[in-house]
Design a protein around this ligand. Structure first.
Ligand code: ADP
Ligand code: MG
Length: 460
């Protein structure tokens, strides 16, 4: 039986065992990419890392049983990320080149594409980066690095909340280095997710040496969102070795993260202390003046004309992150094009409010409760009601933890939301999970997946 047939049959049986939405979400683009009759290992290709982790942790057993029913020789499943979309169907990753390409949404921004060699996108430059008190240290370090690579701030670790300009800054640094050194040194920008994928493929296809060589011959390695490597042992190990070799050879390493090294619980101690031995800078929320400067900068870049009072309005309304600015400018621009006239304050205010409202609504308590329920396959009622069944106690505590962690809700509010519980229960749950998450890798992983899922449903 060919792989396609085998997988179709297995899917038919899996479909009967799980809910329709789950089936469509997780299996629609899956495929069987390899089957080794000697070892009994089959390789299933999925869309992205997120699906991979989810499917692996939740459906491995069902899938294995379904496959075994058809072919008793199968005894283990491996999962790989092969991407989605036409053309990529059933291409075993082992025969795909170890490309360093970016996820598709990052590949093309504003009609320009990232450089295939460096992965750097030309739109990110120092020139288009607005500097203010919230990012001046990170910026100054970046400029110094771009002039004198590998000497001063090494490794350079920059962290800050989502949408505050980390990717912009580290990519701009890479672009500046290429320019300053006239392309004589090799720069590579890699989202950490991509690094993990490469390592996983390499292990599977026994081509670790290729990957080792590829990364270790770089002069400047820029890794974005390192927090995603935390807890993935082989990748972390490999990253650590790569890191050491580059570091010993005075190569520059630039890393971004959404939190400081000390707050990535699964990061191995030795890696953490390496980061802490270099330069660490944070990026915080911009103040009003800076927001205004960014807005002016963006509209100029996009060739959009917006009245001054509308720019002020955006600056005063935006609270959360800089990325929101772009979305709003795009909407206002669209409105003006559509109407063929300059937008007035009232219409602008409506558009801004509705955009921001959507964003706030995107992560609310209900959303978190819903996702936790989906993850553990229990109902929202079961999370909230008073049952002490073991299967619901942990999800309930995780929910309370996330309400605090992601939304910063007060303990009494959390208690209230969770079926009128006492606030001490909320405190207890939060502290318990906080403690355990540093010790229990699998719990940490679960929480990371749940958070990603919550974020995934939000536009940010
Ligand atoms: P992060 O990687 O921290 O999540 P990004 O670098 O992707 O954030 O920034 C989100 C958006 O905001 C990008 O379009 C970026 O160009 C813009 N941005 C953020 N900070 C600044 C800044 N200081 N100056 C200009 N644009 C900025
Ligand atoms: Mg980023």
């Amino acid at each position: 039986m060919d792989l396609k047939k085998l997988w179709e049959k297995a899917l038919a049986s899996i479909e009967l065992q799980i809910s329709k939405p789950n089936f469509l979400t997780w299996f629609r683009n899956s495929r069987l990419v390899e089957k080794n009759d000697g070892t009994g290992v089959v390789v299933i290709g999925v869309n992205n890392n997120f699906s991979k982790e989810w499917i692996q942790s939740k459906y491995n057993k069902i899938i294995l049983e379904a496959l075994q029913e058809i072919d008793g020789g199968i005894n283990r499943i491996e999962y790989v990320v092969v991407g989605s979309g036409v053309g990529s169907e059933a291409i075993p990753p082992s025969i795909q080149k170890h490309s360093f390409s970016l996820p598709s949404q990052q590949k093309e921004i504003g009609g320009l594409a990232a450089d295939p060699e460096t992965n750097l996108h030309p739109r990110y430059s120092f020139k288009s980066f607005v500097v203010g008190s919230s990012n001046e240290l990170a910026y100054a370090a970046s400029v110094a690095i771009s002039k004198d690579v590998g000497k001063k701030y090494n490794p350079f670790f920059v962290y800050g909340g989502t949408g505050l300009g980390k990717t912009h800054l580290i990519q701009a640094t890479g672009n500046e280095i290429v320019k300053n050194y006239h392309g004589r040194i090799r720069v590579k920008y890699v989202p950490s997710e991509k690094f993990v994928n490469d390592v996983v493929w390499a292990i599977r296809s026994k081509r670790m040496d290729d990957v080792k060589n590829k990364y270790r011959t770089i002069d400047v390695l820029i890794i974005d969102d390192i927090q995603f490597i935390g807890g993935k042992e082989r990748s972390e190990e490999e990253f650590f070795h790569t890191f050491n070799i580059l570091y010993q050879n005075n190569k520059q390493i630039i890393i971004s993260s959404d939190r400081p090294p000390s707050a990535i619980p699964t990061l191995e101690e030795r890696l953490r202390s390496r980061f802490e031995g270099g330069m660490i800078a944070d990026i915080t929320y911009p103040d009003y003046e800076m927001k205004l400067a960014i807005i002016k900068n963006k509209i100029q870049e996009k060739g959009v004309e917006l009245p001054d009072n509308v720019c002020h309005l955006i600056a005063s309304k935006i609270q959360r992150n800089v990325r929101e600015i772009e979305g709003i400018i795009n909407k206002l621009h669209f409105y003006q094009e559509f109407k063929g006239a300059v937008i007035d304050t009232k219409a602008a205010e409506e558009i801004i409010n509705s955009t921001l409202q959507q964003n706030v609504v995107a992560i609310n308590p209900g959303q978190i409760i819903k996702v936790v329920g989906q993850f553990f396959e229990i109902t929202q009622n079961e999370i909230i009601n008073k049952s002490r069944r073991r299967e619901v106690v942990l999800p309930r505590q995780i929910t309370m933890f996330l309400l605090r962690d992601m939304l910063g809700m007060s303990y009494p509010d959390i208690g209230d939301k969770m079926g009128k519980r006492d606030h001490t229960t909320a405190i207890h749950s939060y502290e318990k999970i906080l403690r355990e998450v540093t010790k229990d890798k699998s719990l940490n992983q679960k929480i990371a997946i749940i958070k990603e899922m919550v974020y995934k449903n939000s536009p940010y």
